[in-house]
Design a protein around this ligand. Structure first.
Ligand SMILES: NC(=O)c1ccc[n+]([C@@H]2O[C@H](COP(=O)([O-])OP(=O)(O)OC[C@H]3O[C@@H](n4cnc5c(N)ncnc54)[C@H](OP(=O)(O)O)[C@@H]3O)[C@@H](O)[C@H]2O)c1
Length: 232
């Protein structure tokens, strides 16, 4: 496949390197300096690209998605921190008959973890002696907090146990690519379920798998749709 990479930061670089190792062609790489407001994303520049993979910043992603969808390129984005704009972007995808897959976290394990967390929440429901909380930790340069994955985790466990608030605490320090945990703390014991990213390659591999899957799947998709077909 010919893949356009939008954003040449930590994730963009790992995705590009892995794409080449898997025999794909990197059609173009569009970095921040040339692309204010998405201006480098033109039909001409993207001509011949089968799919785009976008990892930029919360303040850049929406303009990039608009331009990519207008150009008719199926787009995978992993950028976080723009959830409130999703309905508007989804309407644009619908109008244009485009394809978009978005995910706050592309690792396979995290999606199994999110399901396990919902199961665990159901088991602890009605046990007020345990206090439940969420903790997420990322490298110091991450711009948004709480992380998109922590929000998704919170939404899921709240649905499974509506009586608990599941407050989120975010830590930004050091170089960790991403850790999420949900804990049930009782007077004599603690139960913890955690997911820890060890390397960005797993995230990049998930984004590439999404890029391979997306062409031909019109509409707005999540990585859950791709992995589990939308079922529980
Ligand atoms: N879904 C997942 O699995 C996953 C995994 C890791 C990270 N993320 C998210 O993905 C995003 C990127 O993460 P990262 O670790 O790669 O961050 P990063 O290393 O800071 O890279 C972001 C890159 O985006 C570039 N950029 C900014 N505005 C742009 C624009 N308008 N067009 C093109 N490029 C632009 C920046 O270039 P300049 O420096 O030149 O501005 C920078 O190189 C963040 O939102 C992060 O939370 C998601």
């Amino acid at each position: 496949m010919r893949i356009a990479i939008i954003g040449n930061g930590k994730m963009g670089q790992v995705v590009a390197a892995l794409a080449l190792r898997r025999g794909h062609v990197v059609h173009t790489v569009i970095g921040g300096a040339e692309n204010a407001g998405g201006r480098a994303i033109t039909a001409e520049r993207l001509k011949g690209a089968d799919v785009a993979v976008e990892f930029t910043r919360p303040d850049a992603v929406v303009a990039n998605l608009e331009r990519l969808i207008e150009a008719g390129v199926p787009t995978v984005t992993g950028t976080t921190g723009w959830g409130e704009e999703l309905p508007r972007i989804a309407a644009l995808v619908e109008r244009r008959g485009g394809a978009l897959l978005h995910a706050a976290n592309f690792s396979l394990g995290v999606h199994l973890f999110l399901r396990a967390a919902r199961d665990l929440a159901r088991r602890f429901a009605g046990r007020p002696e345990f206090e439940a909380f969420i903790l997420e930790e990322h490298h110091a340069a991450k711009l948004d907090a709480p992380s998109g994955t922590a929000r998704e985790l919170q939404t899921g466990v709240r649905a499974a146990d509506p009586l608990r608030p599941f407050p989120i605490t975010s830590l930004r320090a050091g170089a960790t690519p991403g850790t999420h945990l949900v804990a049930y703390d009782g007077p004599y014991e603690r139960v913890t379920l955690a997911h820890e990213v060890r390397s960005r390659e797993g995230l990049a591999a998930g984004a590439l798998a999404a890029a391979e899957w997306l062409p031909g799947h019109r509409g707005v998709h999540t990585v859950e749709d791709m992995l589990f077909g939308g079922g529980e």
